[in-house]
Design a protein around this ligand. Structure first.
Ligand code: ZN
Length: 401
């Protein structure tokens, strides 16, 4: 299989030395409902893992929960809930939405606030190695000390700083040596939940959480690290810097698998803009299978617009209905009856998936197979089994919903 790697900006053959793919995907900050952009990210990650397993590899998957952050605290204050109760409520909703879409839960589902010892261990080591410095109870990463910083994003310093500033960086923080330095540990603010550390009470920075959780559950080298393309910089760039200077192992990640943004009204679907289509709303009208086929009709690397969702979802629903019907047709195994050979369809399906996970092409081959089943009277058993198996690789259940 060839997969695009954001770090090298090239298609690369996907290899494994031990038959195991260690896979990490950045999870959500749970304070709002699952929108179609989230669904696209986790469905693509899910299909990649399913396809690798179908190809004979073992997978270990990790998805974190960023269960403490400014947005959670703000939202909790606004709705008058305790922050941890809000997190529990929103995580439950998010998991239910993904379950409804048949996105498999990860093998490990760590929460940042339960990983504090590992986070402290890494921050401590980064300080000792000269990559981190403490000021007034906070600890920062020293980007000037790190010559390789920023390779993943393929940006110059000025562009990195401008992008970081748009995405929550505080360039004027007087504690910082460089405006691009990012927080590893932040000192307690009045009224906020805190955890003890060698630098005083506080809480971890967002980027360090994912370095800690990926290394704790997958080791110092991750095979595939995924997340939305908006995480390339700064989040994943900072993850690399922290992990590689902590462990000395390079590269921290062998393949960076980034999923493009879904737009609505011409803008990235996001909580902050409020332009969202919600999974649970769509599930009232369409089957989970149809929603998945609709999502997968877009390539993971190409941003797309969801403005025209209705006709596309109807088309997807019609398609999965044809596949369900094909599975329900009677197979005739009398002597001399024709046997439908599914191998050619299986091969073209795999060719599409091997080509940088070309999920938009894969359903076409399932449709051709379903069509052949509908037009053959004879032994359909192998063909129907294959149709069910390949649909399963896309995460479709094909049961009546
Ligand atoms: Zn992350």
């Amino acid at each position: 299989m060839q997969l695009y790697n954001t770090l090298t900006e090239q298609l690369e053959p996907l290899t494994s030395s031990d038959g195991i793919m260690r896979m990490y995907v950045c999870g959500v900050t749970p304070y709002d409902t699952t929108h179609l952009g989230h669904a696209f990210t986790y469905t693509c990650f899910d299909v990649l893992a399913r396809y690798l397993e179908y190809s004979g590899l073992e997978t270990i998957t990790v998805q974190n929960v960023t269960d403490i952050d400014d947005d959670i605290l703000k939202r909790a204050a606004k709705v008058g809930m305790a922050w941890d109760a809000l997190v529990r409520q929103e995580v439950a909703k998010f998991q239910a939405d993904l379950r409804a879409l048949n996105v498999r839960p990860p093998d490990h589902y760590p929460y940042a606030t339960q990983e504090i010892p590992k986070i402290i261990e890494i921050v401590q080591a980064l300080i000792e190695k000269g990559y981190g410095y403490g000021r007034n109870g906070s600890v920062y990463y020293d980007v000037r000390h790190d010559r390789g910083f920023g390779e993943l994003g393929h940006m110059e310093y000025a562009e990195m700083l401008a992008t970081a500033n748009e995405r929550g960086n505080f360039p004027d923080d007087p504690n910082k040596r460089d405006p691009l330095d990012f927080v590893l540990w932040q000192a307690a603010k009045p009224g906020e939940p805190t955890w003890e550390s060698p630098w005083g009470a506080g809480r971890p920075g967002w980027h360090i959480e994912c370095s800690a959780m990926s290394m704790r559950y997958l080791g110092t080298q991750v095979d595939i690290h995924s997340g939305g393309a908006d995480l390339i910089f700064p989040h994943h760039t900072c993850e690399i810097a922290q992990a590689e200077h902590f462990s000395g192992v390079t590269p921290f990640v062998r393949y960076w698998f980034h999923i493009a943004m879904v737009r609505l009204d011409g803008q990235k679907m996001s909580k902050s803009l409020g332009n969202m289509l919600f999974v649970r709303e769509l599930l009232k009208t369409y089957s989970a299978d149809a929603i998945r086929v609709y999502l997968l009709s877009h390539h993971y690397r190409a941003g797309w617009d969801a403005d025209n969702a209705t006709p596309d979802l109807q088309k997807a629903e019609a398609m999965v209905t044809r596949w369900r019907n094909a599975l329900a047709l009677p197979s005739v195994t009398e002597h001399g009856s024709e046997t439908l050979n599914p191998m050619p369809y299986q091969e073209t399906f795999s060719l599409a998936m091997d080509d940088d996970l070309s999920t938009p092409r894969a359903p076409e081959h399932l449709d051709e197979l379903a069509d052949a089943i509908a037009n053959t009277s004879g032994d359909l058993q192998a063909a129907q089994t294959t149709l069910g198996t390949l649909a399963g690789v896309l995460g479709l259940r094909l049961s009546e919903s």
